[in-house]
Every structure is written in structure tokens, then in C-alpha cells.
Design a protein around this ligand. Structure first.
Ligand code: SAM
Ligand code: SF4
Length: 383
């Protein structure tokens, strides 16, 4: 290696890489962001390989359990009733309908099913009870379950926990500074409070954001600083690229260059070494080689679909077959469920069916991994 190149390369390495830290500064993260792309990717890939099986990618399925007519004004969203988009509102789905989609997803290799509702937040009503039933039924398939229902209280988080929910998604979406340009009907602090409510339970936290909404690079980095400096890193960090939706105020924004996505993934990977980083909305606009670069940079999850879209038809997604072919081509395999240190969540109703579905023969856990849950449940999640 040429001496200058070598010195440059060594300067990119940090002996703190791979540590789980909660003291990130924006200055440090700006320095990461300025690295030559391939140095950044190499560094992120090293952190990734030290903390994960780099041959694995978790495939997730989003189900829009209640679509559209949302009172919020999120400027990117096809489901806000304030904008006229192609999305037709539909009421809350029946449990069986959700279960059918989840079963097909599992057959296609999906190990995490995320149920999303176009609500400002959950209400203590019959609809919420139905969501709890969905969680229990989908859990019984032996896949991870995630809900994204908007704002939730501590007691609603506790009820989701009791039902056996694996994860709750609530994205920060962007930096605290830029947030007011995108959403005015709820505050950044409201989002942080929902995440704190989830943290009071055994349910893991899924939180990330969107790039390409007109924010500056510093806003992207500040969002990652907020996520990484929480007392615990979110176990799951979705990185979305804006899917421009006709009829929304953000429909005319320019494309996000692919290298911006790679940078965002790589920085998230370095800052939150153990989290699952999910290459989420916007993936369908990326070539196979661009996606491969994201996997190299530390993305270890994608959303796939049988319908060619993510939550709504306004946000396209590659389908199960295309994704299987891509993973095969790259020599990647499907990540099994519950590898993030969590245990299979049975809820109280379906434990036996669940254990069966997931291939476990025991009915109790000593918190040391004997339940097959990789030792993370502390014996407290179930039974
Ligand atoms: N209503 C709930 C909420 O806002 O928390 C849950 C559903 S919401 C659609 C889930 C997330 O999807 C949003 O926080 C946002 O990050 C992402 N999202 C929605 N529309 C998007 C778009 N057009 N492009 C990229 N990401 C989008
Ligand atoms: Fe409603 Fe969620 Fe869309 Fe915002 S992102 S408009 S809260 S569905």
C-alpha cells in the first residue's frame, strides 16, 4: 500500500469501534460522515462482522392492519387524511386476515412481522384489544412480532408486552431541529416519551428515520446521535429513504443519491454495533449492487412483500421471490427469529402452540438460554 494511503487508512480506524457507547458527539459523527466512502464502509463492515453473522439478513413483512384516514400531518405520508393520495382508507383488519398474510410471509422466509396502523396513537378500545389478539396469534407462528400504532402510553406498552409483542416501532423520523418542518401535530418529545414507555417493558425498541425529506446532513447525524445516546440503543434501527408520494407536500423532492444511503447505514452500524439495522423504504429504487453495498456497510434486515409494496401501495417494495434471488446471489441467508438477544414471546394464551411452532420442547426458562431464546429473556418474558 502507498504510504499516504496507508496513513489515511489507519487514521480511519478507532480503537473505540465496536464499543456500545452512549456518549456520541455530533463532531465525532461528522468526522465519520466525512470519511472516504470505502474507508467508512470497511470500518462499518469490521464492526458488523465483530458483532453479527454477516451472512445473515432478516427478512421482515409489514402488514397495514388499518390504512389511511390518519389525522396527523406527517408530510411524507400517504395515509394522512390531509393529503389526497392514491391510498384508500380501510378499517382495522380481522385477526384471521392478518394471520393468513403472516403465515404466507413465514413460508417465504420472513421471521419478523410488523403490524402498522394509521393512527395518531392507540386508544383503549375494542380495536386495541383486537391488535392484542393479532399479536398473540402471530406470535404463535414462532416469528418476531412488531407493532407500529403511533403514540402509546405506559399501560398500553405493558398490555402489548403481556400479549407477547417482540418489538414496538416508533421512528424519530429526523432530527429534533428539523422535525417541526415535517410534522406539527405531535412533538419530537412525544415520540421520545413513547419510546421510553416501551422501554419500561420487555418489548424491544425499533426506531429510526427517513432521509431525503429536505433535511441537512447534520439532521441525519443528529438523529443518529439521539438514538445512540438513549440509555439503551434501540435493538432495531430502520433507515428509510423517502418514497415520494403524489399528493403529499414532499412529492417533488430530489432523489437521494445511493451513497448517502450507504453512509447512513454505515454510520448507524458503527454507532449502534449490536442493533439490527434495517434497509427499509426506498430499497426498491436501489440496484442490486447498491443494496449489496448496504449489506456490506452493516444493514442486516430488509422488508419484503408479496404485493410489491410496504405498508401502502404508495411505498414500493421488492417481492419475496426477487429478494430470495438477491440474497442467494450474494451468498446471504435468512436470519432466524429471536437472534437479537430476545426470547420467543409466547404471550400467555398461546405458549404451547408457540413452543411447538418454534420447535422448542421445554415449557420453562431459567434465563440462561435453555429456552432456546439465546439467554436474553432473563426468564421473565413468558410462562
Ligand atoms: N402511524 C404510525 C406512526 O406514524 O408511528 C405508524 C405507521 S407509519 C406509516 C410508520 C413509519 O413509516 C413512519 O414513521 C415513517 O418513518 C415511515 N414512512 C411512512 N411513509 C413513508 C414514506 N413515504 N417514505 C419513507 N418512509 C415512510
Ligand atoms: Fe399517520 Fe403514521 Fe402516516 Fe403520520 S406516519 S400520517 S401518524 S400513519
Amino acid at each position: 500500500m502507498h504510504a499516504d494511503a496507508s496513513a489515511n487508512f489507519v487514521a480511519t480506524l478507532s480503537n473505540r469501534d465496536g464499543q456500545v457507547r452512549h456518549d456520541w458527539t455530533i463532531t465525532e459523527v461528522r468526522a465519520l460522515h466525512k470519511l472516504p466512502l470505502l474507508d467508512l464502509v470497511f470500518r462499518a463492515a469490521s464492526v458488523h462482522r465483530a458483532n453479527h453473522d454477516a451472512g445473515e439478513v432478516q427478512v421482515c413483512k409489514l402488514i397495514s392492519i388499518k390504512t389511511g384516514a390518519c389525522p396527523e400531518d406527517c408530510k411524507y405520508c400517504s395515509q394522512s387524511k390531509r393529503y389526497t393520495t392514491e391510498v384508500e382508507p380501510t378499517p382495522l383488519m380481522q385477526v384471521d386476515e392478518v394471520l393468513d398474510i403472516a403465515k404466507r410471509a413465514k413460508d417465504a422466509g420472513v421471521t419478523r412481522v410488523c403490524m402498522g396502523a394509521a393512527w395518531r396513537g392507540a386508544k383503549d378500545n375494542a380495536d386495541f384489544e383486537r391488535v392484542l389478539d393479532m399479536v398473540k396469534e402471530v406470535n404463535a407462528l414462532g416469528v418476531e412480532t412488531c407493532c407500529t400504532l403511533g403514540l402509546i402510553t405506559e399501560s398500553q406498552a405493558a398490555r402489548l408486552d403481556e400479549a407477547g409483542l417482540s418489538a414496538y416501532n416508533h421512528n424519530l423520523d429526523t432530527s429534533e431541529t428539523f422535525y417541526g418542518q415535517i410534522i406539527t401535530t405531535r412533538k419530537f418529545a412525544d415520540r421520545v416519551k413513547t419510546l421510553a414507555n416501551v422501554r419500561e417493558t420487555n418489548v424491544t425498541v425499533c426506531s429510526g428515520g427517513i432521509i431525503g425529506m429536505g433535511e441537512k446532513a447534520d439532521d441525519r447525524l443528529a438523529m443518529l446521535v439521539t438514538l445512540a445516546n438513549f440509555d439503551q440503543h434501540p435493538e432495531s434501527v430502520p433507515i428509510n429513504v423517502l418514497s415520494r408520494v403524489e399528493g403529499t407536500p414532499l412529492s417533488d423532492l430530489p432523489d437521494v443519491p445511493w451513497d448517502d444511503v450507504v453512509r447512513m447505514i454505515a454510520i448507524a452500524r458503527i454507532m449502534m454495533p449490536k442493533s439490527v439495522v434495517r434497509l427499509s423504504a426506498g430499497r426498491s429504487a436501489m440496484s442490486e449492487s447498491e443494496q449489496a453495498m448496504c449489506f456490506m456497510a452493516g444493514a442486516n434486515s430488509i422488508f419484503s412483500s408479496e404485493t410489491g409494496h410496504m405498508l401502502t401501495k404508495a411505498v414500493p417494495s421488492p417481492d419475496y421471490d426477487a429478494d430470495k434471488a438477491l440474497l442467494d446471489k450474494l451468498g446471504l441467508h435468512f436470519r432466524p427469529p429471536f437472534k437479537d438477544g430476545t426470547a420467543p414471546r409466547a404471550g400467555h394464551v398461546h405458549h404451547h402452540e408457540h413452543s411447538h411452532a418454534h420447535g422448542h420442547e421445554h415449557a420453562s426458562c431459567d434465563g440462561k438460554g435453555s429456552c432456546g431464546g439465546h439467554g436474553g429473556c432473563g426468564g421473565k418474558h413468558q410462562h
